[in-house]
Design a protein around this ligand. Sequence first.
Ligand SMILES: [Fe+2]
Length: 199
Amino acid sequence: MVGCGSIHHPQPKDLGNLEPRTLISHQQIPVMAPEAWLIDESDQDQRLPHHRNPKEFVSLSKLQVQFILTIFTILTLQDLLELCPGKVENYEEKLKNFYREHIHADEEIRYCLEGSGYFDVRDKDDTWIRIWIKEGDMIVLPAGIYHRFTLDTSNYVKLMRLFIGEPVWTAYNRPQEDHPARQVYIKTLESSGVAVKAH
Ligand SMILES: [Fe+2]
């Protein structure tokens, strides 16, 4: 998802004069652990944090166990995209589209260069976890995981989209229980000992 907004191929200045391979080596740019929490289900502005009361944070180790998050070392740098009001055509519609729950047939890999936003992912109990991505954060969502994206109230993000092999970013809206990527994802979770709630 997040295949929207103003998209352009990166220029040297965008990459801080680093080659893509250098950028993802994790040696010159630290990869930060993003904050994550369980969210309420209210219909308020999607760009608000939507914390529960009291707040319920999710640790990175729990995220790794639940979603089999993996950092890959061989990636293809595809492009950069910026999303903010006034800069993007059909901004409201695009923001709404990104917020529609979906999966992909491949990993969704994003590196946040500027600004911030929320990736929401479903846990094994089908509960939303909100992951706050800020400058310097990288996220890898496995193929087949239900997720969505929104800006936060800062209303600006610049993301680098990275791919393993051929770039693919088709979104399949929920329900997708019969999609091969979804089935592989569920099987992977179950084989790692995570019982997944039936849907
Ligand atoms: Fe997506």
